[in-house]
Design a protein around this ligand. Structure first.
Ligand SMILES: Cc1cc2nc3c(=O)[nH]c(=O)nc-3n(C[C@H](O)[C@H](O)[C@H](O)COP(=O)(O)OP(=O)(O)OC[C@H]3O[C@@H](n4cnc5c(N)ncnc54)[C@H](O)[C@@H]3O)c2cc1C
Length: 415
């Protein structure tokens, strides 16, 4: 039977392996972990409504040890043009979306999500290969050959029909396959931390665009908020190491008075931001998924949601390919994946980079026009389109986003 190999033990790799275990091909998963994963206790992921349906269908949602926090409302604002105006008087949020009949998204702790994925994958039809690092990839005679190495330097080779590369934004597979990537220069760094709010957050997610970069606060249990604060690289390092009292002050001043004072509750992590664009995330015997395929700015909390779309779409494609009796390396897998991911990945990459650039790098008169645009959008019927995109499943159609498993095609392998 045709074989697929998923590489990467992060949130995308685990979820992709679990998803594809419901497909018609034999599956192996390389789960090499790098780093101690300690940052995952502080980081959170906002998962949109379509992503939640997918994780429910895969049985992951039910395994989450902490109840995810629903986002009922999203408030967006831009900074005051004048730096003279003190933060306590910062303008209220110009744009507001309400979830209507269901929450638009949910905030999940990364550590909790990892544990739930690891739990579910134990029961999946996947051969797990832990502690092997992939060091080379070659496609030859329509087969992929991976060279792998373990901690003690032992080298081996594995062969398969299709490799699914979820090996992160520095993807070795992408480099080995010569897939072109356009990387923006590193000028901004995100400070990530948990903060407590003086006033109740009422399940509102906040995004404020400042000249220095966007500051986002996502609601969590016990009136905690997950902070992702984009800053010029040097300033981020300064705020990572300054005293807690100073941090609380600058953070509250930057965000404004909506939640009263903010109080740091965790270590501060820094994340150098370097969005990149990949026009074609496929090459012979290889498809890229997750951050290996698209490392976008975290301002809209969409990176992992894109990874969910990658996996859901790939499962549909592979089920269809299997039903037609083709191998997983068939050229239609690559072309369909490329075409079906283009719209959503392109739109999110463009929107996140564009918004960040508009508010952080443009002169104040242009920012003023953008502010006017925000105010107009708040009154316009187009606002509801943004809500349905934010909920997911609008720019990508996939069975799992509708809470359904695709029909499995377990045909004979022939080409
Ligand atoms: C500050 C911040 C906040 C974010 N917030 C959100 C959010 O709210 N919502 C959202 O949807 N997204 C969010 N994102 C994006 C999201 O975190 C990422 O899209 C997601 O974590 C990427 O997962 P990944 O598995 O693709 O990559 P990674 O987490 O980088 O994992 C890559 C894996 O591949 C393994 N690997 C690497 N090289 C090899 C190799 N050669 N051989 C074998 N294994 C290898 C690594 O060990 C690792 O396990 C945020 C990102 C940032 C930076």
């Amino acid at each position: 039977m045709s074989e697929i190999l998923v590489v990467g033990g992060g949130l995308a790799g685990l979820m992709t392996a679990l998803t594809l275990s419901h497909g018609p091909y034999q599956l192996k998963h390389f789960q090499c972990q790098q780093g101690d994963g300690s940052g995952e206790t502080i980081r959170t992921t906002t998962i949109n409504a379509a992503g939640k349906r997918m994780l429910e269908t895969l049985g992951v949602w039910q395994q989450l040890a902490d109840t995810p926090t629903p986002i009922e409302t999203l408030k967006v604002a831009n900074s005051e043009a004048s730096t003279q105006i003190k933060a306590r008087r910062r303008k209220a949020f110009n744009l507001e979306w309400h979830g209507q009949d269901e929450p638009m998204a949910f905030v999940v702790k990364n550590a909790t999500l990892l544990v739930a994925l690891e739990h579910q994958i134990q029961y999946a039809d996947v051969e797990l290969l832990t502690d092997w690092k992939v060091i080379d990839f070659i496609s030859s005679n329509n087969r992929a050959r991976l060279t792998i190495a373990d901690d003690r330097g032992k080298i081996d080779e594995v062969f398969c029909d299709l490799v699914v590369g979820c090996d992160g934004r520095g993807s070795m597979l992408r480099k080995s396959a010569g897939i072109k990537q356009h990387i923006l220069p590193h000028t901004q760094t995100a400070v990530v931390a948990l903060v407590a709010a003086e006033r109740p957050h009422r399940n509102v997610a906040f995004q404020r665009f400042l000249n220095s970069g966007p500051i986002a606060l996502m609601p969590m249990e016990d009136n905690m908020m997950s902070l992702v604060w984009t800053l010029p690289a040097q300033q981020a390092l300064k705020y990572q190491t300054c005293g807690v009292k100073e941090f609380n002050h600058v953070c509250t001043e930057a965000f404004g008075d909506e939640l009263g004072s903010l109080f740091l509750q965790s270590d501060r992590l820094v994340w150098p931001l370097q969005p990149s664009f990949i026009a074609n995330p496929t090459s012979k015997n290889l498809v890229l998924a997750g951050d290996a395929a698209h490392a976008i700015h975290p301002l809209a909390g969409q990176g992992y949601n894109l990874a969910l779309g990658d996996a859901a779409v790939l499962l549909d494609i592979l089920c269809d390919t299997g039903a037609r009796g083709l191998t997983a390396s068939h050229v239609s897998v690559l072309t369909n994946y490329r075409q079906k991911r283009r719209l959503e990945v392109g739109a999110m990459s463009f929107a996140t980079t564009g918004l960040n650039f508009l508010f952080s790098a443009m002169p104040s008169n242009i920012t003023k026009i953008a502010e006017l645009g925000m105010n107009l959008l708040d009154q316009s019927p187009a606002k509801s389109i943004f809500l349905s995109i934010a909920r997911g499943g609008k720019l990508t159609q996939a069975n799992l986003f509708e809470g359904k498993m695709p029909n499995q095609g377990r045909g004979m392998s022939w080409e």
